[in-house]
Write a protein that binds this ligand. Sequence first.
Ligand SMILES: NC(=O)c1ccc[n+]([C@@H]2O[C@H](COP(=O)([O-])OP(=O)(O)OC[C@H]3O[C@@H](n4cnc5c(N)ncnc54)[C@H](O)[C@@H]3O)[C@@H](O)[C@H]2O)c1
Length: 272
Amino acid sequence: MKKIGIIGCGTIGSELAKTIDKSKINATLICIFDEYLNTANKLANELKTKVIVSTTIDEFLSCDIDFVVESASQEAVRKYTKIVLEHDLDIMIMSIGALLEGSLYDELINISEQHDVKIYLPTGAIAGIDAIRSVKHMLSEVTLTTTKNPRSFEGAPFFLKNKIDLKKIKKLTTIYEGKAIEAVKLFPTNVNVAAILSLAGIGRNNTKVRILADPKSIMNTHEIIVKGKFGEMYFQIKNFPSPSNPKTSYLAVLSAIECLRSICDNRVNIGT
Ligand SMILES: NC(=O)c1ccc[n+]([C@@H]2O[C@H](COP(=O)([O-])OP(=O)(O)OC[C@H]3O[C@@H](n4cnc5c(N)ncnc54)[C@H](O)[C@@H]3O)[C@@H](O)[C@H]2O)c1
């Protein structure tokens, strides 16, 4: 049975912890860590299992674990993933946008090879990654169009330079068009899907991203167009946001749960 540690006790981390706690995943939750101790303590109090609330990453890594879930932030991926792998621990990463930065992805692959550990990237808030991976070498175009309610974009670094008042958007408005490599920096908590699409398909410089704000929208919609020598694919995924975090689609939470469940019970892997 895998012994799990979770970094990031927000929407995704809490749901995962509660799912393990209810024995719906063949694993034991050992420790949790959050940059806000109160957040981790609150989660610990909601669980039947007695878990260790780590106050530092060193304390977290000294726990008896063999698998880490990152459900925190791009910053957490940058800060902790290398040391997690160097401690011979497998990791499941949710803040996938960080992996498009510089040479981080290649560095992590190298470390994981040296330490014989694995990195898992759930499909998150979209579908079709398996199919896109299958035609990876035949692609000519991958375009992601993400539409969310303007309030989902609040706090994104994009608005530091672009003075758009999200509250004044009254109709469907294109707020960004560019490459995935740039989109994940400007909207770090909104378009992790652009990162997984890039890694599965034609890369961070060739994956095109459009971001639209729709004040009437109650769903997070991702439309993906994929073209190449194999033919064409079109996916549309309309997700309800998580009740506790409008930036995170509920499907992303469910995808994290299903990814961890299948890792912990690998007698059959459907669709991978
Ligand atoms: N892959 C996908 O499709 C997908 C979809 C949705 C969200 N995400 C990403 O998953 C991550 C978690 O999402 P969420 O909805 O649970 O977010 P959340 O904001 O609800 O929770 C994140 C938690 O992590 C903690 N945290 C942040 N940075 C930290 C750090 N450096 N060290 C320790 N703790 C830290 C925060 O205090 C918070 O409690 C986010 O980065 C989000 O962008 C990915």
